[in-house]
Design a protein around this ligand. Structure first.
Ligand SMILES: *Cc1c(COP(=O)(O)O)cnc(C)c1O
Length: 386
């Protein structure tokens, strides 16, 4: 056993790779801010039962068919997966009704976001555009690439001010990110607005529509361009297995885009970033339609229930077409959003304060299963009526 001790390392200011000698993009770098994990809270507060409604994971867990497939295939763990995951790409193509040539699989859609930025944007020349607030990976990856990150504030009701957005784009805008339904608000614009945006942006700009939560709208034709993507060569659509397919921990997502762009991106993708277990799990998740549909139905029913219950408690609820709800506490409430979040933690319920999105008064709760939502609502009621 090696006995290297942390104290034997030179103090930070003696480090030969002090930050001044690293990539300047790393100075003042803000990392991705993740929701709290169950283990952290169990250790800190000593609570037995933890209800985690912080990261928009599937309320029904992982599909039984996926679990069975993973158990059966553990013996393959020593093998490299087939480079580029052609079998999985084929299954995804068939399931979503798009040509396989248009698909780029990734280690979560996070990886596809990273690849798109690196493929399109040149450090010090290009910029990337998004709304504020937005999913923080767009900014994290742009910053890492040394690319200017521009943001346009959403409206008061979290709708999208398109004219301002388009005005912020110029001939050096490599990518514009839009999230539909949006995170953290749950708002989803009608597809006609995305179509108009695609036509009005400079044609050198790639419009990336992040549809991580699209299936929760219950009406993809009304909200997604996916079925007509061939008409929009400057649009890429991102989907993920992390939410409705219940595979957040396996890390599997994909982009759908013009086949030529997809070909370039596949060439720069690390060959095995979608690992062999993720490939087994992804194929099984597509096959387990019963689990998938039950999950969607659970979210749709429980979303209405949680939303009504929050309103009955006097909270302001932003209408959501996603698997989470953003809300603010009642106006006469003594608690701040942060103290409400912390008090819920002590009761074993993890939700998401939105300070990292610069929304200190707002909270976001993922839709869990019936029992979990009941525990959350009861805990919140106790806090608000004490
Ligand atoms: C959860 C989420 C994703 C999914 O990311 P993965 O890397 O696929 O897990 C993508 N975009 C947004 C806006 C999300 O909230």
């Amino acid at each position: 056993m090696c006995a290297l001790n942390i104290k034997s390392f030179a103090a930070a200011d003696n480090c030969p790779l002090a930050v001044t000698r690293l990539n300047p993009a790393l100075q003042n770098f803000t990392p991705y801010s993740a929701g709290l994990s169950i283990e952290e809270i169990r250790e800190k507060y000593g609570v037995e039962r933890i209800v985690k409604l912080a990261s928009n994971e599937n309320p029904l867990g992982a599909s039984p068919m996926v679990q069975e497939t993973l158990r059966k295939n553990t013996g393959s763990a020593f093998r490299y997966v087939q480079s580029g995951n052609p079998k999985l790409a084929e299954a995804v193509a068939q399931y979503f009704g798009v040509p396989q040539e248009c698909i780029v699989l990734g280690n979560g859609s996070d990886e596809v976001i990273d690849l798109l930025i690196r493929a399109k944007a040149v450090a010090g020349v290009h910029n990337v555009l998004a709304f504020r607030p937005c999913f923080s990976m767009y900014k994290v990856q742009s910053a890492l690439c040394g690319v200017e990150f521009r943001q346009v504030d959403v409206d008061e009701n979290f709708h999208f001010p398109w004219d301002k957005f388009i005005a912020a784009a110029d001939e050096n805008t490599a990518i514009a990110f839009v999230t539909t339904p949006d995170n953290p608000s749950g708002y989803c614009p009608p597809v006609a607005e995305i179509e108009a945006l695609a036509k009005r942006l400079p044609q050198s700009c790639l419009l990336v529509v992040d549809e991580a939560y699209m299936d929760y709208t219950g009406n993809e034709e009304a909200y997604s361009l996916l079925s007509r993507l061939n008409e929009f060569p400057n649009v890429a659509i991102l989907r993920t297995f992390s939410k409705s397919f219940g595979l957040a921990g396996m890390r599997l997502g994909f982009g759908v885009m013009h086949p030529q762009l997809a070909d370039y991106i596949r060439r720069i993708r690390p060959p095995f970033s979608v690992n062999i277990m993720a490939e087994f799990a992804g194929k099984a998740a597509l096959e387990d339609q019963t689990f998938y549909r039950t999950g969607l139905q659970c979210v749709q029913e429980e979303r209405a229930r949680v939303s009504n219950a929050l309103e009955a408690l006097g909270c302001f609820v932003y209408p959501s077409l996603s698997n989470f709800i953003m809300f603010t506490l009642p106006q006469n409430c003594q608690l701040t959003a942060q103290s409400c979040f912390e008090a819920l933690l002590q009761k074993g319920v993890i939700i998401r304060p939105l300070t990292s999105y610069n929304l200190p008064k707002n909270l976001r709760v993922s839709i869990g299963n019936h029992e979990e939502n009941g525990i959350f609502l009861a805990a919140l009621q106790e806090l608000l009526h004490d």
